[in-house]
Design a protein around this ligand. Structure first.
Ligand SMILES: NC(=O)C1=CN([C@@H]2O[C@H](COP(=O)(O)OP(=O)(O)OC[C@H]3O[C@@H](n4cnc5c(N)ncnc54)[C@H](OP(=O)(O)O)[C@@H]3O)[C@@H](O)[C@H]2O)C=CC1
Ligand SMILES: C=C(/C=C/[C@@H](C)[C@H]1CC[C@H]2C3=CC=C4C[C@@H](O)CC[C@]4(C)[C@H]3CC[C@]12C)C(C)C
Length: 567
């Protein structure tokens, strides 16, 4: 046996930005947190003001505001003005994209007045809301009525408009699909200023199906009717620790919500909520929740844990205790549960504020948490922003459930990021082929979790610093991002576009299907008014001319080229 030692791994030299990241907590504690707190409070006051208006008043204001949008769009002179996008500044939005298109010349349409819940209709079980309504606002309004959106985005600040035009997911998506699958109707202002209501089965059904994932490039959304479901006051949550290799962890995760006999629509076998947390290559905790009444939660012997209080341990760390304690059950107030990862920004909070999870900090200052993503972005400087692209991972890999084991192994081998978030979601087989769609012929396989009408997917959420970065070794974030995307293309997976894409345009359209999208772009005259979705997602500076030329070229081609080999 040779006693030669393995060659030492190369080290990356420490740079100025490493100090900025390491000591960012100083800016966070003294500036970001207090400012975030004031910001949250001003938004909250706005929500309260909005809630005090009558339904009639809100509807009247809505109609006036829609007319303002129409007027603004009609003012645009296509020969002089840039392409249209919303006036939300790049730092306010949740995503990781730099939104360079908003830094180049563009034609802003201000939708900031669209922040009202217009109606909560208990008969139709539908909430009609404007696009800037956020998740905290809607859960605050509906949960006390024992109602909830079927899929409610986890972070307080996510907006309805962003979740519909992009992607939205939660632990109930194994039943209801993605956020956009819970939409009943969309009110959209088209490029020519026409206002239409699109539903699954009216004359605008193509637009209805094309809007999700289109990133606001087909029209401007001014209201949405969203499915409501009945909920109860508490979530009875079971934390189940699992050990084994990544294949075994993936199987335990699938078994936690997908009966092996295929009885996927049986509510006695399928929980209301599911999420899996993989803490290391050999350990994970699977959580399954069922709504429970106050009466049940208050029964003798039940444990109630109001995790929403500022001094409570961060949720992902609390869940991890199951690895030591063994399986346990507790009742969590439903609204606290819905926003369980907000205070710690999943686990990203640990890097931003390394002592934020400590007992003393939680009790003394926990009420100031979380730092608002918008304020973090506004104060991050280009150094930190680039650091997050080059030395950090924030990516979701949406893959078929039967590929979760392979995906976990790939993530472990290539990135070594832990914890990993697992959240199942359906992708429906629809009468048309939108940008994302199930694997052709999936019905024939009878894979776990699939039904005749939908394939079960999983969001493998990878957010944190990779192992190489912790060890001080070189890591090429942009290259890894491109590899992740190619892995997804090979495995019929998708990457949500709030993350940066490193794909070429041809490969982008190998991941997503362009057929319906392109048809709608032509039919609803979006070309020349709104930029192509690829250009919104693509990294790097884009001049308006570059975008216009690409648009023109695209318009001249009947069908886009999509069948090029992986780059
Ligand atoms: N749990 C979850 O599901 C989570 C989801 N996310 C991601 O965050 C994103 C949402 O962030 P958020 O800040 O709310 O949204 P953004 O403001 O980032 O909007 C996302 C996209 O949707 C477009 N858009 C938003 N509103 C409208 C509208 N009214 N009409 C037309 N287009 C619109 C934006 O267009 P424009 O570029 O013109 O502004 C933008 O391209 C989601 O797409 C998702 O990918 C992040 C964390 C968790
Ligand atoms: C997709 C999901 C969740 C994703 C979150 C974990 C990330 C979404 C946007 C991320 C962030 C945006 C900007 C940031 C500013 C930086 O200076 C620090 C990091 C961050 C706060 C970053 C943190 C992670 C996100 C919130 C769902 C589907 C689970």
């Amino acid at each position: 046996m040779s006693d030669a030692k393995p060659a030492p791994r190369p080290k990356r030299s420490t740079q100025f930005v490493d100090f900025l990241v390491q000591f960012r907590w100083i800016v966070v504690v003294f500036f970001v947190l207090p400012f975030s707190c004031l910001y949250y409070f001003s938004i909250y006051l706005g929500d309260v003001r909005s809630a005090r208006k009558s339904d009639k008043q809100r509807q009247k204001e809505h109609e006036e505001n829609v007319q303002e949008v129409v007027k603004r769009l009609r003012q645009r002179d296509a020969s002089k003005d840039g392409l249209v996008c919303t006036a939300r500044p790049p730092w306010v939005v949740i995503g990781m994209r730099n939104c360079d298109y908003k830094r180049a010349r563009h034609f802003k349409v201000d939708l900031s007045k669209f922040r009202n819940i217009l109606e909560i209709n208990k008969e139709r079980m539908v909430a009609k809301v404007e696009p800037l309504v956020n998740m905290a606002q809607i859960s605050r309004a509906t949960i006390p009525m024992n109602l909830s959106l079927a899929v409610i985005g986890e972070l307080d600040d996510l907006t309805v408009g962003g979740l519909i035009n992009g992607f939205g997911i939660e632990g109930s998506s194994h039943i209801y699909g993605l956020f956009s699958d819970t939409i009943v109707a969309l009110e959209v202002v088209l490029a020519d200023g026409k206002v239409v209501r699109a539903t699954k089965d009216n004359e605008y059904s193509d637009l209805f199906y094309a809007i999700p994932w289109s990133q606001g490039t087909l029209g401007l959304l001014v209201s949405a009717e969203i499915k409501l479901i009945h909920v109860k006051e508490y979530m009875r949550l079971t934390y189940k620790p699992v050990r084994g290799n990544l294949k075994e962890l993936a199987q335990a995760y699938a078994d936690s919500f997908a009966p092996r006999d295929g009885d996927q629509d049986n509510p006695t076998k399928v929980p209301d909520f599911v999420e899996g947390m993989i803490y290391s290559p050999t350990e994970g905790v699977m959580m399954t929740g069922r709504y429970a009444s106050k009466k049940e939660a208050k029964q003798k012997g039940s444990v109630i844990n109001s995790i929403g209080w500022w001094f409570k341990p961060w949720f992902y760390q609390h869940a991890e205790t199951a690895l030591k304690r063994g399986e346990f059950v507790e009742y969590i107030p439903t609204r606290d549960y819905c926003h369980r990862h907000t205070r710690s920004i999943y686990w990203e909070g640990k890097l931003i504020l390394p002592f934020g999870d400590q007992f003393w900090f939680r009790y003394l200052f926990g009420w100031l948490m979380p730092p608002k993503v918008a304020v973090l972005k506004a104060t991050q400087s280009d150094y930190i922003r680039n650091y997050y692209h080059d030395h950090h991972v924030i990516q979701d890999l949406l893959v078929p459930l039967h590929k979760v084991a392979d995906t976990l192994e790939w993530v472990d081998r290539e990135m070594e990021v832990y914890p990993v978030w697992l959240c199942p979601h359906r992708i429906y087989k629809l009468p048309v082929k939108p940008m994302i769609y199930p694997e052709p012929g999936f019905e024939a396989h009878g894979w776990q979790g699939d039904t005749k009408y939908a394939q079960m997917y999983t969001d493998v959420g990878v957010y944190y610093a990779p192992g190489a970065v912790f060890r001080g070794e070189p890591y090429d974030g942009a290259e890894k991002c491109r590899q992740v995307e190619l892995f997804l293309i090979e495995n019929h997976g998708f990457q949500p576009q709030y993350a940066v894409t490193e794909l070429s345009e041809k490969n982008f359209w190998r991941m997503f299907d362009s057929t319906l999208y392109e048809q709608c772009r032509k039919k609803y005259k979006a070309i020349g008014t709104f930029m192509n979705v690829y250009y919104k997602c693509k990294k790097g500076k884009k001049t308006e001319r570059e975008v216009q030329e690409a648009e023109q070229e695209k318009a001249e081609l009947d069908t886009p080229e999509v069948d090029e080999p992986a780059d």
